[in-house]
Design a protein around this ligand. Structure first.
Ligand code: MRU
Length: 351
């Protein structure tokens, strides 16, 4: 059972997925989204297939292929799938092997919650070190990285929330995050629920906000971090990194070590998901804020307009001031530093 993120902020609606194809649809339509949560959903999906007596290998492949960029999805699927296979290999009956897969999904869920708390602490310590004194931090964030995408309170958003709880958040600037408005629909919803001082801006207003000296640091999450420290995150992150460098503002990435992919050498090797042109050319139900209703997509561009619609972009390590994980932070961002951080991680190694 998922909280259907396509219905937020207007409605809090549960979405019940009784089989893996339904979960794959939920992933593709962004009813469930965000890197850490995709990992958790993928692991529960494998457990669901096992409990139903479906072919677990086929289900795992469907899930892994549902979206290509967030490395956590494959990680979660392989964690639960590996546990299931190991149990079956030891002669455990399918019903008990399904329970093993479920236990593994729950363990991942719990680990992610704990990682979230640790990232918040490391991230806040880093912010206070980089930005001493003052009346609190003015933080700019992009996309959605809070409790909605995590077993705990999230990644970048959890740091901002930690600052808020300590009276150290002056303002959270929330990028609208076009075209699917994860910032407006989801981060603003989370900020409001937590009583944080926040303001929403269109993505293209970020430049003038920096120029006005209103941003002390940028905090974002990540969908995949390559071995060299290149960061794939929601499209629009890279322009923020360029702006941040020009304006001498720290650009900080907050992500669990499960988002680091040692098998992807560099930014150029990261597969960036390309999404439908209609997300740009039409006022889809999601963008109109009436998801699930019969919205019927009004056009905002001439019929047949082709669109460039990558879901993510890649920020090179030299534009990233620091990467914060549950194992600590590195700055500057180097492949060696990242490998050392990941070596400290107690996460289960999987093949
Ligand atoms: O397409 P989405 O909404 O799944 O993209 C999500 C992001 O880009 C997030 O910033 C990222 O997954 C980090 S979530 C902690």
């Amino acid at each position: 059972m998922l909280l259907d993120q396509t219905r937020l902020p207007a409605r809090e609606v549960e979405l019940v997925c009784t089989d893996v194809p339904a979960l794959v649809r939920a992933i593709r339509t962004l009813a469930v989204r965000g890197a850490p949560l995709l990992g958790i959903a993928g692991a529960y999906g494998v457990a669901l297939a096992a409990a139903r007596g479906d072919d677990v290998a086929v289900a795992a492949e469907l899930l892994e292929r549902a979206r290509p960029t967030a490395v956590n999805l494959g990680y979660g699927v392989r964690r639960a799938g590996g546990a299931y296979r190991e149990a079956v290999g030891k002669g455990v009956d399918p019903e008990r092997a399904a329970a093993v897969a479920l236990a593994e999904a729950r363990a991942l869920h719990q680990e992610d919650a704990e990682a979230s708390g640790r990232m918040a602490r490391y991230g806040l310590a880093l912010l206070d070190e980089l930005l001493p004194g003052g009346d609190g931090h003015r933080l700019l964030t992009h996309c959605n990285t809070g409790a909605l995408v995590s077993g705990g309170e999230g990644t970048a958003f959890a740091v901002a929330l930690g600052a808020h709880r300590k009276g150290r958040l002056r303002r959270l600037w929330v990028d609208e995050t076009r075209p699917l408005l994860q910032g407006a629909r989801l981060t603003a919803y989370e900020a409001a629920r937590n009583g944080m001082p926040y303001s929403l801006l269109t993505d293209n207003a970020a430049g003038s906000l920096f120029a006005a000296g209103e941003v002390d640091a940028v905090l974002i999450g990540a969908d995949r971090i390559a071995a060299d420290g290149s960061v794939a995150n929601k499209v629009g992150s890279y322009p923020l990194a360029v702006l941040a460098q020009y304006h001498h503002v720290p650009f900080i990435v907050v992500a669990p070590t499960t988002t680091v992919d040692p098998d992807t050498a560099d930014g150029a090797s990261i597969i960036v998901e390309q999404r439908s042109a209609s997300e740009v050319t039409e006022l889809t139900s999601l963008r109109a804020g009436v998801a699930g209703a019969d919205a019927g997509g009004s056009l905002v561009a001439p019929v047949g307009t082709p669109a460039y619609n990558p879901a993510f972009d890649v920020t090179p390590p030299e534009l990233v001031t620091a990467i914060v994980t549950e194992e600590g932070a590195i700055s500057p961002v180097t492949g060696v530093g990242l490998a050392e951080l990941c070596a400290r991680s107690s996460q289960v190694t999987i093949s």
